[in-house]
Design a protein. Structure first.
Length: 486
């Protein structure tokens, strides 16, 4: 076992000392020395984000991979050079699927283990960190622990609407090699909410984004303040800041069925006015290299991903054998023949490419020029638009007009100025889900929405995917079953 760098036990290693993952922060220092300096705590926290943006997690797989393939966003040809055809057909015994999800499980629990290591030491850091910095680091570590557990839960356990008393996952709160306890679905959600609530309380008083003068935007020409101050406190939207934690709490509360709490959290983010909608001139910028395809200013939280250009290119833009969508399918998704004819997302996020089979639509959301673009390459983790969806869904039963107003506000920002209205909640939810699929294309979120609602959804070529546990609940890795965790 190496001792010169941090070796954090992954979840797959919690019951077997022979299995370790190497997850070192940017400065590789010994485990014994890591928490003896202020910089060590900062590096440990930075390590949570750098681990999360690896290819097997949000850097590619949980963004432009399995989840969007299962949502039927892409066509997979029979040659299947990307190894997703069996996944698209919900064959969870396929080796490609098994290996990808095993890496997701291990990676997310690795972030949990790193978070717990920080939390183990942080309360004894009074001689190294002032109170504000200590609370900031503790708040982010708690939030990352909750975030990682929640995304394991959304993949490997049933949703509350389909199995309210269902079995959950391990919720690990200590750094240990002991076999962790498996909690019920409700217990896990309670733990996630508790950690996020505690994190939010810590960040409320210490996060620079809470300062009235903190301005979100591009460094130029917006003169944002996101790069002001010490480097560790810059770019708060690249981290789990106060509003990102509040937004995640809105997402979790909605998943748990707590509409009142979800609405309160979503409204706080929206009404903070910290996150302006992207200017149409930036989204529609004719200079392809200056275009803001990611809608940067609307990100509550995004992972800085300068090294993911090639992996995302290989997955989405490297010819007809990568993940792409038939032109007819995409026109149907975006309702181009009807109200979606003016949808900016369809026009700016996709280009039609010629191929031997007649052409395909290529997702350009992550296409950028690293020298010219107004912002860094970011992996969207939480958007302002999701707060509008959450607020709309949560308020509908008591104020349907307000629900439609939230949805229409967002649609107008995306180029569809004709407002929608209908007295039927069925119609409302259909419109909301359709718009969310467009908004989250290539981000891995729409499959979670289908699962949360236990909702049938459109497949390829006009088919309908019926909701079922066999589709919405992924099998646990064999290692976990063998060690008695299932």
């Amino acid at each position: 076992m190496r001792t010169n760098i941090i070796l954090i036990c992954s979840m797959l290693a919690l019951a077997s000392c022979s299995k370790w993952l190497d997850v070192s922060p940017k400065s590789e220092v010994s485990m014994d020395l890591l928490f003896t300096t202020r910089e060590g705590y900062q590096d440990a926290l930075n390590g949570l984000y750098s681990r999360s943006v690896k290819e097997e997690l949000y850097g590619r797989e949980l963004t432009a991979g399995t989840l969007d393939v299962l949502a039927q966003n892409y066509a997979i040809d029979v040659i299947d050079r990307v190894g997703f055809r069996q996944t698209q057909q919900f064959n969870y015994r396929d080796n490609n699927f098994i290996n990808r999800q095993k890496a997701v499980w291990a990676g997310l629990y690795n972030v949990v283990a790193n978070s717990n290591l920080i939390l183990k030491h942080i309360d004894g850091s009074q001689q190294l960190l002032d109170a504000d910095e200590r609370d900031l680091i503790k708040g982010e570590a708690l939030a990352m622990r909750a975030w990682s557990h929640f995304d394991v839960l959304r993949q490997f356990a049933p949703s509350p609407i389909s199995a309210p008393a269902g079995k959950g996952i391990p919720y690990v709160t200590v750094f240990s090699k002991s076999t962790p306890m498996v909690y019920t679905l409700r217990q896990v959600l309670d733990s996630v909410i508790r950690d996020l609530t505690d994190a939010r309380a810590l960040l409320r008083q210490t996060d620079p984004i809470m300062q009235p003068g903190y301005k979100v935007g591009y460094t130029t020409p917006d003169s944002s303040t996101e790069v002001s101050g010490p480097m560790f406190l810059q770019h708060r939207r690249h981290r789990l800041n106060y509003y990102a934690v509040t937004g995640e709490l809105a997402r979790v509360q909605l998943y748990a069925g707590n509409h009142t709490a979800a609405l309160a959290m979503a409204k706080e983010v929206i009404e903070s006015n910290k996150f302006p909608f992207t200017r149409q001139t930036d989204f529609l910028q004719p200079d392809d290299q200056l275009k803001d395809r990611i809608l940067y200013k609307e990100l509550l939280f995004g992972l800085y991903a300068p090294n993911m250009t090639n992996p995302l290119y290989d997955r989405l833009r490297n010819g007809e054998t990568t993940l792409n969508t038939p032109p007819g399918e995409l026109r149907t998704i975006f309702e181009v023949a009807g109200p979606g004819a003016e949808d900016f997302r369809y026009k700016q996020w996709f280009t039609q490419q010629n191929s031997s089979t007649g052409g395909y639509m290529r997702l350009e959301k992550y296409n950028r020029n690293s020298d010219k673009n107004l912002h860094d390459l970011m992996i969207p983790m939480l958007r302002l638009s999701e707060m509008y969806y959450i607020a709309a869904e949560s308020v509908y039963d008591t104020e349907p007009a307000k629900a439609w107003a939230y949805l229409n506000t967002l649609r107008k920002q995306r180029g569809m100025g004709v407002p929608l209205n209908d007295p039927s909640k069925t119609v409302f939810m259909a419109e909301l889900v359709k718009d969310a699929r467009k908004e989250f294309f290539g981000e891995g979120q729409i499959f979670y929405m289908y699962k949360r609602l236990n909702r049938a959804y459109p497949g390829q070529s006009g088919n309908t995917i019926q909701p079922s546990p066999e589709i919405f609940v992924f099998p646990w890795p064999d290692d976990e079953i063998a060690y008695g965790n299932r």
